[in-house]
Design a protein around this ligand. Structure first.
Ligand code: 3PG
Length: 402
């Protein structure tokens, strides 16, 4: 992959850059601007070099319809504040407003066009449709810079097809993410501990499959742990269970045992019979042994003994990758497991990596600072797919150029 420096003198040159500004919003308020901050070094580099920069980005999944709910207006405002320059937002994606906004850029200026997913062709499965839209994006630049790591696993017009049409480079965010995450899968410092949480085990089967070959220890928490506990033959009350994944999970447990690898599962669990996911409230919370979960209660966080066990495994690692919360951390009283894991990651002597947009938001919402971790990935799906060992279209297309 080329770097922005490899593109040479960018003064007066038009650059089109893909960023991932898919940030969480509460109305029009951005509740975590980590993805915007992570893109700043490359945007500043382009600004300082005197490039004329048109930014492409998506927000949510508007499915090809123009929908003000998914407008990039709050992003343009925040980006302008963080960059310290006025960032104009075109009112369309490739129409007259975008063309005029891009054409009117002076040296060092930065503008955004509207949410690329307002265009149906952006996410189309039809190669020709995507290529046609990509040609319109290409008209905004002499060069293409890919800096939206969170979206490089998508074969979409502004991520993949556009890179085929212009001389391209990886922005510093994409370059750093690939270096850290590919480094973990290719040659991790050992012991390499992987912590996986989150609700759905089905989403993590491919990554468990690959990481069982690479990691020394897998630590399992969150809703997905209950499928493991059930696979071991225990009752799990009303906890989330994916019955379709039980056989696969049994296979992984046997595989780990045969290979001498550890899969750590909760030894105790915080349970309640009244978790309100909508209102973000919980009634009485009890701690029970993981092999004696009462009927009628839902497991909503790992318990204190499990916190200690997991923290010890994490602190003893030379490299750690963590994706997914240990419990329903958004609800007060059910955030302790996630907090304990985050805290342990900050105490790792080697490399600690927090993978995923949601996991990154979780650690920030619990009051941790980004610089307490070795690396916070901006990609949820993208970082997991890299850990699965998959080739990501948005990265492969950049590598083709070398
Ligand atoms: C993300 O939030 O993980 C990225 O922005 C990709 O979004 P998507 O899953 O809607 O493609």
């Amino acid at each position: 992959m080329k770097s922005v420096e490899d593109l040479g003198d960018l003064s007066g040159k038009r650059v089109v850059i893909r960023c991932d500004f898919n940030v969480p919003l509460d109305g029009e308020t951005i509740t975590d601007d980590g993805r915007i901050k992570a893109a700043l070094p490359t945007l500043k580099q382009l600004h300082d070099a005197g490039a004329r920069t048109t930014v492409l980005a998506h927000l949510g999944r508007p499915k090809g319809e123009v929908n003000p709910k998914f407008s990039l207006a709050p992003v343009a405002k925040r980006l302008g504040e963080l960059l310290g320059v006025d960032v104009k937002l075109a009112t369309d994606v490739v129409g007259p407003s975008a063309q005029e906004t891009s054409a009117s850029l002076g040296d060092g200026d930065v503008a955004l066009v509207e949410n690329v997913r307002f265009e149906k062709a952006e996410t189309s499965k039809d190669d020709a449709e995507r290529a046609e839209l990509a040609a319109k994006y290409a008209a905004f630049g002499d060069y293409f810079v890919s800096n939206g790591f969170g979206v490089v696993h998508r074969k979409q017009a502004s991520v993949y097809d556009l890179a085929k049409l212009l001389p391209n480079a990886a922005g510093s965010l994409v370059a750093k993410e690939v270096e850290v995450l590919e480094g973990l899968t290719a040659d991790p410092k050992r012991p390499f501990v992987v912590v996986l949480g989150g609700a759905k085990v089905a989403d993590k089967l491919a990554v468990i499959d690959n990481l069982l070959k690479i990691a020394d220890t897998l630590v399992i928490g969150g809703g997905m742990a209950f499928t493991f506990i059930k696979a071991q033959g225990h009752e799990v009350g009303t906890s989330l269970v994916d019955d379709d994944s039980i056989e696969a999970v049994k296979g992984y447990l046997a595989q780990a045992e045969a290979a001498g690898k550890k899969i750590l599962l909760p030894v105790d669990v915080r349970v309640s019979d009244s978790v309100d996911f909508g209102a973000h409230t919980v009634g009485q919370v009890d701690v029970v042994s993981a092999d004696e979960m009462p009927a009628g209660k839902l497991g909503a966080d790992i318990g204190p003994e499990t916190e200690k066990l997991y923290a010890e495994a994490i602190r003893g690692a030379a490299s750690v990758f963590w994706n997914g919360p240990m419990g329903v951390f958004e609800i007060k009283g059910l955030e302790e497991g996630t907090r304990a894991v985050a805290q342990a990651l900050t105490e790792v002597k080697g490399l600690s990596v927090v993978g995923g947009g949601d996991s990154a938001s979780a650690v920030r919402s619990l009051g941790f600072a980004d610089d307490q971790f070795g690396h916070i990935s901006t990609g949820g799906g993208a970082s997991l797919e890299l850990m699965e060992g998959k080739e990501l279209p948005g990265i492969a297309v950049l590598k083709e150029n070398n």
